[in-house]
Each structure stands twice: as C-alpha cells, then as structure tokens.
Design a protein around this ligand. Sequence first.
Ligand SMILES: Nc1ncnc2c1ncn2[C@@H]1O[C@H](COP(=O)(O)OP(=O)(O)O)[C@@H](O)[C@H]1O
Ligand SMILES: [Mg+2]
Length: 247
Amino acid sequence: MIKIEQISKSFKDTKVLKNISFEIKKGDFTAVMGPSGSGKSTLLYSVSGLDSLSEGRVMFEDVNIINLLESELSKFRLTKMGFVFQNAQMLKNLSIFDNIILPGLVAKKESAEKIRKRASKLMKQMEITGIENRDIKEVSGGQLQRAAICRAMINNPEILFLDEPTGALNSEATDQVLEILKDLNRGGMTIMTVTHDQRVAATAKKVLYIRDGQLAACKEFKSNDDRVLELDLWLKELQFPTTNNGI
Ligand SMILES: Nc1ncnc2c1ncn2[C@@H]1O[C@H](COP(=O)(O)OP(=O)(O)O)[C@@H](O)[C@H]1O
Ligand SMILES: [Mg+2]
C-alpha cells in the first residue's frame, strides 16, 4: 500500500532521516520506536506527507506523494489518511461531535446526514456515546483521545497515523485506546503509530526501531503470546532506554 524508498530529510545542516526504506501493507499495524529525538515523528510526518523530504520517494499505491502539489496533497490526506496526535488537537470552540464531523464536512464527499450517522456509529464503537454536545474541556483525556480517533476515522481513511497516541494518558485510558486500535486493525484498518510505550508497541504486529535517523532494526511478532516479553528482550538488545520512558 505504501512503499517508502530511501527517504532522507535534513533540517538545515542536520540529517534527521537517513536513507530509510520499508513497506506498509494493507492491514499492517506498525509501531515506530526509538530514543527521544531519533526521528520517529519526522518519519511519520514524512510518510504521511505532512512534511517534505530531501530525498527519496513515498509511493502511496501508484502515487509518489512527494510529487503532489500542496492542494492535491491536502485532499489526499483528508480522504485517505487519518491522524491522531499526542494531544488530541481539537478545536476549542466546537463541541466534541462537531469536531468529529468537521473533516467529513470539509471533504464534501458525502452528505452531512451520512457523516453524522458515521460519527454516531464511531462514537458508539469507541464507547463515548453521550458526550456529543460537550465542550472539549468537559471530557477526560481518554475520552478526548477516543474522540480524536473518531475524527481521524470520519472519512473512512485507508490508513491511520498516530504520534504518541497514549503519551498524555493514564494507564486505564491507554488500555481503552489500545483495545480500539486492536479492534480497528482486526477490522482491516492499516495503522502506523509512533510510540515510546512498550504496551502500545506490543499491540502492533511489526515494530521499526529508529536510531539517529536510521532504521536500526525491524521485528515482526511471531505469535500473540508473550509479546511484551519478546519486545522487552528485543529492546534490551537494542539498548533502548527502557528505564526512562519519558518522551
Ligand atoms: N522543525 C524542525 N526544525 C529543526 N529540527 C527539527 C525539527 N523537527 C525536528 N527536528 C530535529 O530532528 C530530530 C528528530 O526529531 P523528532 O522526529 O521529533 O524525534 P522523535 O519523534 O524521535 O523524538 C531532533 O533532533 C529534532 O531536534
Ligand atoms: Mg516525536
């Protein structure tokens, strides 16, 4: 579905991504780990076209998104990709429900009625029915993040990109978000998430490890058993600083 071919990115004189290649197949659930400042977010933004690249290609099906004009790229992102960030980034002056349907209204691909129906269905699926009319300050962090996932899903994207989706959540809210991601992936949704949280990475099927802007290692979980342990051993081998899980 997405082929990342030898991408590099520099900020002024500093190379933050160095010659990274990998592939995302339909139905994949890929987690990106690595020390703070290693280039995880930059990689996610480059693959999703939120950020420009210095070198390389990002083939989304048969389109090299690097070559798209900004207006084409915005439309591409709006309809084919969903985004969730650490802090939900909802608009303050809109209710939860209006925040969720907004990208649907902007895309203008479907009737408002259809978008509202999908929003209600998504809210039910994420178990946040009842908070539709609340202000974004009137809900918990976990509810807000689940609403952000609803918003990211409103245009039926082909892939969901998440950057530290549980970074601001407590343990219980993290579990809820993980269940949702698992469910979405079981339903066929392709997911790529950046995380420093081993529980999140153990939910994925594949983990990429970024160090100093390079793809240092990649692992695919062999089975569902003992994934946390398997991941922990792998990260120890990579000398991931597991004791300090700060971002
Ligand atoms: N807009 C920017 N301008 C300059 N340097 C940046 C910018 N964004 C990120 N960087 C640098 O790129 C490196 C990788 O950053 P980032 O991708 O955010 O790391 P991570 O998400 O792994 O913590 C860091 O050294 C960071 O300081
Ligand atoms: Mg980051």
